[in-house]
Design a protein around this ligand. Structure first.
Ligand code: ZN
Length: 179
């Protein structure tokens, strides 16, 4: 949204100069905000927009992340999109994570796992409150490695399940050490 050289950040609502490099509120790059991209509404723990999962598969993923949330108070949200154009999967995941408000304000401990079908890519967005124990790049490597063996055959559900499991395992090893 751009008006009179000002724009309003659609993530945090901040108004700022459109020629600024980033939003002063949430630090998203202005260039990313200017690109036309529609962010869909969340559909709960698993948002499967292309409809590639069966009901049972959605149920399995939902109970996996639901159990983890009960144990840790950390939400893991899963989204499947056809593609992320004109953004990269990483930019899209960042916007979606913030748009959906995953992870409580102030604490910001949450994870978004984004499956991009066209890009054949599994992306993670780690909330800032978790980045000390699971840095963004490590999260991306974990999910993508778990997903890779399933790529060629298009077994997206198995890849998504194992990627999510791998993130959960990693976080469970580290979370109890936090007070
Ligand atoms: Zn902002």
């Amino acid at each position: 949204m751009e008006e009179n050289g000002k724009m309003r950040c659609r993530l945090c609502g901040c108004e700022f100069d459109a020629d600024a490099h980033e939003c002063p509120g949430c630090h998203v790059e202005t260039e990313i905000l200017k690109r036309k991209v529609q962010l869909p509404p969340a559909r709960g723990a698993v948002s499967d927009y292309p409809g590639i999962l069966t009901e049972a598969q959605v149920g399995e993923l939902s109970s996996m992340v639901g159990a983890f949330f009960k144990q840790t108070d950390v939400p893991i949200v899963i989204a499947i999109v056809q593609n992320t154009e004109p953004l990269t999967p990483s930019e899209y995941a960042f916007l979606l994570y913030n748009h959906w408000g995953i992870g409580k304000a102030g604490v910001n401990r949450g994870v978004l796992i984004l499956l991009c079908l066209k890009e054949r890519h599994l992306e993670s967005e780690i909330g800032l409150g978790l980045e000390d124990i699971l840095p963004e790049e490590e999260g991306d490597a974990i999910v993508q490695n778990a997903f890779l063996p399933y790529f060629r055959d298009g077994n997206f559900f198995e890849g998504l399940r194992d990627g999510t499991k791998a993130i959960i395992t990693n976080l469970l090893e580290k979370l109890p050490t936090l007070s």
